[in-house]
Structures are given as structure tokens and as C-alpha cells.
Design a protein around this ligand. Structure first.
Ligand code: SF4
Length: 479
């Protein structure tokens, strides 16, 4: 397996990406890979002369690809649809039309014969050495030429093309280059700036401040809408496990008849209910469940840093907004900037791919990100932020990925509630502690997570071949 060290600079928009559920590595990544394949066909002038396309899915993409919607993602990508803007309600009609017509309009301009059942091939027993999430696009051209391009979906929606040295993005030179937690702390100490402002300064290397702020607020609005939607839709999740959505019933019970008309009045109505421990805890769970029930329904979510773990950061951010009076744009920006830097540190020093490191790489990282962000927003120093991130990851080390039936539902949805509450506990512990007395640094825990990832048995790395995935699949189907 390739190590994720020596990454180029990462922007806040590399960590938080708007897309469609249920999986950043198995849905968003393959979708983006298909778009890159299309763009390579376009750039070389070959798109109009393509006659046939096939997609080969390897390793974890084959083993859990059906449950994670990998086939859906590559087909929509090949159609030229954008995961950020494609209306989620059009997914099923588009797939039905593909199956019915046995035809695809490649890149919205080149009609080709395409049979979804035969042209997306799940190679269950094959994997490529660079990364477990590999896919190859094969194209036959009118002139007899045959093309093959292989991509790797390396976690969090990041994609690298074979032969590109494992890099998805080429960043600019930053005023504050950060490879690890120690370097981040160095810049915070040297400048006196909090983590969020170091990030904001670095983002200026990509684009003007106002553009970054507008983009990050769009990320927040997508998270907010996802929580709100998820708290108002009941029913059964797709995929055959018959998992019942719980966020809606829970939030209805908690709101207890208080009226509201939109998100803002909903926040006010939640606050009117008080701030007792059990009430607050239940709301944090409702927020997290809502996002991941939406994620499991192929709805619009934000990778944070992945789709499977997309509920942790919105849940902790909503906790801060609703129960800690943090409802201002500046506070929301501070939260997300800070969180993104912690996610980058884990991506650079370890991994954010469950296929590489199990669920510690998803829920563990999201919990560490949220813990640090909440700590800064509640007045903690940069060292306390790092302490909070370290505590949150320390207690996720070794967490395996074992999605039942290959769906991002069990244990994934509830696991986001656990990641959120651990993040809040970690932030509180750090805020009440003197970092001088911390025995484990954030870099220590990043390194430990990576070593644990290397030692973890492959069956616990998003293959649905171990843990809950093999012990209880049939029982759940009967729920
Ligand atoms: S078990 Fe964790 S890592 Fe695996 S799919 Fe679910 S949330 Fe993602």
C-alpha cells in the first residue's frame, strides 16, 4: 500500500467537498475519476470517436461497490454530470433510462451503446498494488485504437491517476507550509495567530479571501441543509437492510410541538427547549444521524473528510451553534478552517481512506477535526486544539471498517453520533487541561494511526469481509 506522506499543499476545499452519498472513496472519487477520463478524451479530441466504454472495478471498489453506489457514480460521471450540482432526484430516472435504452450520451455529447449490467465489471478477486480502490476505464475508438486509464480513489473523494506519482492536487507555495502538527504549532507560535487564521492566510495563495469565505459558507449551507432535511424525512433506507431512519422521529420528539418555519427558527425552537445534558446529547445524535441517513439515501452531503463520516463535523458545529451560541458566519468559518487543517495533517501523515486504515481513518479523523475546531471556537489555544484532536483520535485507534452488506448504514450511521460526542468530550478535556502535561502529541497519534493501519487485517478495511459485516447480515435484513 502506498503511504500518503509527502502530499502537496491542501486547501480547505480539498478536505470539504460537496458531493452525493454514500461514500467519498466509492462514490465521489470514482465519479470524479470518470470526469477526469472524459476530460482526457476531450483534450485529445477523441471523445466524438469513442464507440465503446467499459469500467473495471478492483479490490474494495468491487467488494463493496454495489452497496456504495460505485457503479452509479461512474455511469453518472461518464454521462458528464457534476456531483456538486446534479439533482439527486434525477439519479434514479437517469439510471432507469440507461438500462432501458442501453445507450449513454458520453460527456453529454457522444452517444454510445452501453449496457450497465455488462459494461461496469466488478472484479471481486482482483486488486491493484498501489491502492485497494482502483478502477480502469477502457475505451474503443472508431479508428480501432484502444485506450486504458487507471485511477485510484484514495479517500475523501481524492483521485490519483496511474503514473502521476500518487498526487491528486498540485498546490501553490504557501506562506505557512505545514507537513505535520509540529509545523502548524510553530507557525501559530511565531505569528500569534490561531489555527483558523493560519489556514485563512494560506488560502490566500489559492484565491482572494472573500472567495474562500463564500465557498466555505456554501459548504456550511450544504451541511446545514443536509441536517435539516435529514431531520424531517422518515422511512426506510434503500439497499435492502431495511434500516429505519431515526433522526426525524427523534427531532420531532425533542422539538416537542414548538413551531418553526425554517432552519433559523428551528435553531431558536431547539434553544427554547433548554440545554440539559440528555436533551443536548439527543440533539447531537439527531444531527449526526440526519446527515448519515441522507448520505445513505444518495443525497447531497459534504465530505468531512469522507462521506461515511460526514455527520460528525456538522453535528459538532450544530452543537456549537445551538448550544454554545456560535451562530455567526465568522465563528462558522473559524470552525471549518481549523477542522480542515487537522484533516490535512492526517491525510499527509497517515490516511483518510478506510480501505487503507479502517474506520479510524474516517470517523477517527472527523472526530479529531471537530474536536480541534470546537476547542478553538470555545477559546482554546492552538496547543489545546491539538491536544483535543489527539485525544479524539487516541480513542478511535484500531477502529475497523466493516459495513454490513457493503452499505454505508450499519455501523456507519450511529458511528457518527459516537464520533461527535467523543469530539465534544475531547474538546472539553483539552479546554480543562494544561497542554504542558500532555504525554502524547498530535504527531505521535498520527504516526500511531498509520502504523495501526498497516497492521490492520485487510478484512477490516472496507471489504465487508470481516466484523459486523459477516456476523449479522441476515438478522438485520429481517428488522
Ligand atoms: S464502517 Fe466507518 S469507515 Fe467503514 S464505511 Fe462505515 S463509516 Fe466508513
Amino acid at each position: 500500500m502506498a503511504h500518503q506522506h509527502s502530499e502537496p499543499a491542501l486547501s480547505v476545499f480539498d478536505i470539504f467537498k460537496i458531493g452525493i452519498g454514500p461514500s467519498s472513496s466509492h462514490t465521489l472519487g470514482p465519479w470524479r475519476a470518470a470526469l477526469r477520463f472524459l476530460s482526457s478524451l476531450q483534450q485529445t479530441g477523441r471523445l466524438p470517436i469513442v464507440r465503446k466504454v467499459q469500467v473495471l472495478l478492483y479490490g474494495s471498489l468491487a467488494k463493496t461497490g454495489r452497496g456504495h453506489g460505485t457503479d452509479v457514480a461512474v455511469m453518472l460521471g461518464l454521462c458528464g454530470e457534476d456531483p456538486v450540482t446534479f439533482p439527486v432526484e434525477n439519479i434514479n430516472p437517469t439510471l432507469e433510462a440507461l438500462s432501458r435504452d442501453q445507450q449513454m450520451v458520453l460527456g453529454k455529447s457522444a452517444p454510445i451503446a452501453f449496457d450497465p449490467a455488462a459494461d461496469v465489471v466488478f472484479l471481486m478477486d482482483e486488486s491493484l498494488p498501489f491502492h485497494p480502490n482502483a478502477l480502469t476505464f477502457l475505451a474503443q475508438l472508431e479508428n480501432g485504437e484502444e485506450l486504458a486509464e487507471t485511477y485510484y480513489s484514495v479517500g475523501g473523494g481524492f483521485v490519483v491517476k496511474e503514473g502521476e506519482g500518487g498526487r491528486d492536487v498540485n498546490g501553490p507555495d504557501l506562506p505557512f507550509p505545514i507537513a505535520d502538527a509540529r509545523e502548524l504549532l510553530h507557525w501559530c507560535r511565531k505569528t500569534g495567530l490561531p489555527i483558523s487564521e493560519i489556514v485563512a492566510e494560506n488560502e490566500l495563495a489559492w484565491r482572494p479571501e472573500a472567495e474562500t469565505a463564500a465557498g466555505v459558507l456554501q459548504i456550511w449551507h450544504t451541511m446545514r441543509d443536509c441536517v435539516y432535511r435529514g431531520c424531517h424525512i422518515s422511512g426506510i433506507l434503500p439497499g435492502g437492510l431495511n434500516v429505519i431512519r431515526r433522526a426525524s422521529d427523534l427531532s420531532k420528539k425533542l422539538i416537542s410541538g414548538r413551531t418553526y418555519t425554517d432552519f433559523d427558527s428551528w435553531v431558536a425552537a431547539i434553544r427554547e427547549g433548554g440545554s440539559g445534558f440528555k436533551y443536548t446529547l439527543d440533539w447531537v445524535s439527531a444531527f449526526a444521524l440526519a446527515v448519515n441517513e441522507e448520505n445513505a439515501s444518495f443525497s447531497r452531503v459534504v465530505t468531512a473528510p469522507t462521506n461515511g463520516a460526514a455527520g460528525v463535523i456538522p453535528a459538532v458545529l450544530l452543537y456549537y451553534i445551538v448550544f454554545c451560541d456560535g451562530y455567526q458566519d465568522e465563528s462558522i468559518l473559524r470552525f471549518l478552517y481549523n477542522a480542515s487543517e487537522i484533516g490535512s495533517i492526517f491525510k499527509k501523515g497517515a490516511t483518510i481512506s478506510a480501505a487503507m486504515g479502517g474506520c479510524q481513518a474516517e470517523i477517527g479523523v472527523s472526530s479529531a477535526m471537530a474536536a480541534s475546531a470546537l476547542t478553538e471556537c470555545l477559546g482554546g489555544s492552538a496547543r489545546q486544539c491539538q491536544m483535543a484532536a489527539e485525544i479524539a483520535m487516541e480513542h478511535h485507534l484500531g477502529l475497523t471498517c466493516d459495513p454490513v452488506a457493503g452499505l454505508v448504514q450499519v455501523p456507519c450511521i450511529e458511528r457518527n453520533t459516537m464520533g461527535a460526542i467523543k469530539a465534544i468530550t475531547a474538546a472539553q478535556l483539552a479546554l480543562q487541561s494544561n497542554p504542558d502535561h500532555a504525554r502524547v502529541s498530535l504527531d505521535n497519534v498520527v504516526e500511531t494511526m498509520w502504523e495501526t493501519a498497516l497492521d490492520m487485517n485487510a478484512k477490516y478495511k472496507e471489504t465487508a469481509e470481516g466484523g459486523l459485516a459477516v456476523n449479522i447480515p441476515l438478522g438485520l435484513k429481517e428488522c
